[in-house]
Design a protein around this ligand. Structure first.
Ligand SMILES: *Cc1c(COP(=O)(O)O)cnc(C)c1O
Length: 394
């Protein structure tokens, strides 16, 4: 691809017209688990799909290009991608992770550390002193997640890269919430970028997948060695669908963000809402950093509803265009209650420490018309108010 082409163009045209056999415009799907040797002792480019597959490689190339990395490994899920980076740790090594990271990440690191595979320290990475104190143990990896899930806390990636370098650690960034369309951690100094491609990259809620993008050839080689070794590479069909999803990533993200901005502002002005978390709001504590290191604020809006459990129950039941489901980043809007859903594996104590209250609601703003979404939210909040009034008078 012409190196002056924009990322939007590259995403659309990734592996287009790469088929040498028939000139297929869209790259074919290679489902074969195995590939014939040319002759004894003479293998071709591919031999076995766990180790390498043309369809999966087309996706890996596209992901590396969009993130500005040297190479990428496509994994069977986002958690597989996180498992993959833990292969870089030996017993005694430490990984520093955010105290409010994705629930599955928290569980993975905590349980593996319990078995003595490595040490983990969870820290509030927006607190520079706490982070520097944690770095005294000379970590091997610092994992960041920015914006974080579900509170959309922002950490300064450039600053973190400096701290990691000073501590002799690799910086890995989980970039799932923004996608490469809005943030490129490698350009800001990260060594590894992780995605749950289940979310915005595939974007249609019909694939579970992940990837790790490496900044250097050396790291790319090391992670692809381990991915094959432990057998967590992604399936060809999933790769085909994800590559198709990536072609529309940029226009999708633009629309997700436009509607999310509208929703965030409407919620911010609403009396039935205690607090809104959206990095695009000037009141958000990470707004200035987000503005500097991101090209947009994304499509996730979290907020605290006033009125406790009853209010949440009514709100989610009354919504018409938001499905009550985990996950995010698909074309359809979703609503989630983190404390009982995505973050259920996290202990009550850790939830409180991370500031994830039981009145927190997370919205993944989809591609339905923004007026429909706002109208739907407003009518559900009206229903919450009405139910409260009725309870008060009965
Ligand atoms: C969903 C998610 C993951 C896990 O990815 P899966 O594809 O569900 O395994 C990891 N990190 C973040 C930030 C996520 O949102």
């Amino acid at each position: 691809m012409n190196s002056s082409a924009s990322k939007t163009t590259r995403a659309v045209r990734a592996s287009i017209e790469s088929d040498t056999q028939f000139g297929a415009v869209v790259p074919p799907l290679h489902l074969s688990s195995t590939f014939a040797f040319a002759s004894l002792g003479e293998k071709r480019q591919y031999d076995y799909t766990r180790s390498g597959n043309p369809t999966r490689d087309a996706l890996a190339d596209a992901l590396a290009e969009l993130e500005g990395g040297a190479g990428a490994v496509v994994t069977s899920s986002g958690m597989a991608a996180l498992t993959l980076i833990t292969q870089l740790l030996k017993p005694g090594d430490t990984i520093i992770a955010p105290h409010d990271c994705y629930g599955g990440t928290f569980r993975l690191f905590e349980q593996q550390a319990k078995k003595g595979l490595f040490n983990v320290v969870f820290v509030d990475q927006t607190n520079c002193n706490a982070l520097l104190a944690a770095c005294e143990c000379r970590p091997r990896i610092i994992l960041a997640e920015t914006p974080s899930n579900p509170l959309l806390r922002i950490v300064d990636i450039e600053r973190l890269a400096e701290i990691a370098k000073g501590a002799g650690a690799l910086l890995a960034v989980d970039n799932t919430f923004l996608s490469p369309a809005l943030q490129n951690p490698i350009e800001l100094g990260a060594d590894l970028v992780i995605h749950s491609t289940t979310k915005y990259l595939n974007g249609h809620s019909d694939v579970v997948g992940g990837c790790v993008v490496a900044a250097s050839d050396e790291l790319a080689e090391e992670i692809s060695y381990w991915a094959n070794c432990i057998g967590i590479t992604g399936a060809p069909f999933d790769s085909f669908l994800t590559l198709r999803g990536i072609r529309t990533l940029h226009p999708r993200i633009k629309q997700h963000e436009e509607s999310a901005t509208l929703v965030a502002n409407v919620l911010d002005d609403h009396e039935g809402v205690d607090r809104v978390y959206y990095p695009g709001l000037k009141s958000h504590p990470g707004h200035a950093i987000a503005k500097r290191q991101q090209r947009g604020f994304g499509g996730i809006v979290s907020f605290e509803i006033s009125g406790g459990q009853e209010a949440i129950r009514t709100f989610v039941a009354e919504l018409n265009y938001f499905s009550l489901a985990e996950s995010l980043g698909g074309v359809e809007s979703l609503v989630c209650h983190p404390a009982s859903m995505t973050h259920a594996p996290v202990s009550e104590e850790a939830l409180a420490e991370a500031g994830i209250g039981s009145n927190l609601v997370r919205l993944s703003i989809g591609l339905e018309s923004s007026e429909d979404l706002v109208t739907d939210i407003l009518q559900a909040l009206d229903a919450v108010k009405l139910a409260r009034t009725l309870r008060a008078v009965s």
